[in-house]
Design a protein around this ligand. Structure first.
Ligand SMILES: [Zn+2]
Length: 153
């Protein structure tokens, strides 16, 4: 095999096929790095699947339960035997029309995302009743220079 510009990277999961969680996020470039950092810090895990779909919960809520959106959950559950399913929505999400749609009312926007996350949780729990489903919302502070993660109970 011809190898051009090959670079070796350490592989940390030799012989391991199961992981602790799946973290479904939006594709948005502004949030995923902080989301990974937050998940690792908060849940003390590094072994999680990390699918991303526009709107995160939106994709699950619009899924027919068998399409690629739902496979972002079903494959980690059925193949990697995850125990935790973490769904992360975020402020100013373009898939939902952004903050603009809420006239800059961030409290309204947060309430809306909470509803979306609850809906997605219900749909996932209906199929995988034994799994813990965690709902997170990444909001921006007033200066729009920091991301805060809120967990809904
Ligand atoms: Zn988004």
């Amino acid at each position: 095999m011809e190898r051009r510009n090959m670079q070796k990277m350490k592989f940390n999961f030799k012989g391991i096929h199961h992981c602790a969680a799946v973290v479904l996020t939006c594709i948005d470039f502004r949030f995923w790095r902080e989301t990974i950092a937050f998940i690792e810090e908060k849940f003390k895990i590094k072994d999680f699947d990390f699918p991303s779909l526009p709107g995160s919960a939106k994709a699950i809520n619009e899924s027919n339960g068998e399409d690629v959106s739902f496979q972002c959950i079903s494959v980690p559950v059925e193949l990697h035997h995850v125990q935790k399913i973490i769904i992360v929505n975020h402020e100013d999400c373009g898939a939902y029309g952004g903050s603009e749609k809420f006239g800059g009312n961030s409290a309204e926007e947060q309430k809306f995302h909470e509803k979306e996350l609850r809906k997605a949780k219900e749909k996932i729990s209906a199929k995988y009743s034994g799994k813990e489903v965690i709902m997170l919302y990444a909001r921006l502070d007033d200066a729009k220079t920091e991301v805060e993660f809120i967990e809904f109970n």
